[in-house]
Ligand binder design. Structure first.
Ligand code: PCA
Length: 203
């Protein structure tokens, strides 16, 4: 049985609930395809999210890493194509607000996801779930975590597949927020399972 590190994030900014947190907690310990899922929640903190992710990788020694993040306002499941070496944007939960900074001086400008993102989108659509590849993970925490995982894999563990999937708001969050499209929690969770199955059948 292979190991999958599945990460989510805590709530941030005006998003009082982060659906990725509940998904990784609920899928933790499940077996999906060839993978046993190890779920972990990361802080929305530029200073510590990358090192926490790498600490989970060191401890769990996963065969693959899928990180999840909320994209409040998107209406589809969107596997990300690329992470870029930029930190910029709103303040994180600790009040850090980087502007035009690099994530790692020694890192490449960008790293492409090594997940089967096209298969994920195709399998989601075949199961009736709206999905599309996204060509930008932004420059906030989600891009930061995706970049750190791909940098680490590129440098030290080229066989460890890594990447990031943004998901829409849950109904629970949308009711509190008031202005974003939403999916049921069950559909979001099922979609993440389909992405893991796509990863599994890619091997
Ligand atoms: N989404 C944010 C950070 C945490 C999350 O779930 C992002 O898209 O960067």
């Amino acid at each position: 049985m292979k190991k999958l590190l599945l990460t989510g994030f805590e709530p941030f900014l005006k998003f009082t609930v982060n659906p990725t947190m509940k998904i990784v907690e609920e899928l933790h310990g499940e077996t999906i395809g060839n993978y046993k899922v190890y779920g972990e929640v990361l802080p929305v903190d530029f200073a510590s999210s990358g090192s926490k992710l790498l600490a989970h990788i060191e401890k769990i020694k996963p065969d693959a890493v899928i990180s999840l993040g909320l994209a409040g306002g998107r209406s589809k499941i969107t596997p990300e194509r690329i992470a870029i070496n930029v930190k910029d944007g709103d303040a994180d939960n600790e009040g850090n607000k980087p502007t035009d900074e690099v994530i790692l001086k020694e890192g490449n400008d960008g790293y492409f996801s090594t997940l089967p993102i096209r298969d994920m989108v195709n399998q989601l659509q075949a199961s009736g779930f709206p999905a599309a590849i996204s060509n930008s993970a932004g420059t906030y925490l989600c891009n930061n975590v995706m970049y750190m995982a791909l940098y680490f894999a590129h440098e030290f563990q080229p066989n460890m597949k890594c990447g990031f999937i943004h998901i829409p708001a849950s109904h629970e969050l949308a009711i509190q927020h008031g202005g974003i499209p939403s999916w049921s929690h069950e559909d979001l969770k099922k979609s993440v399972s389909i992405c893991i199955e796509a990863l599994s059948s890619d091997e």
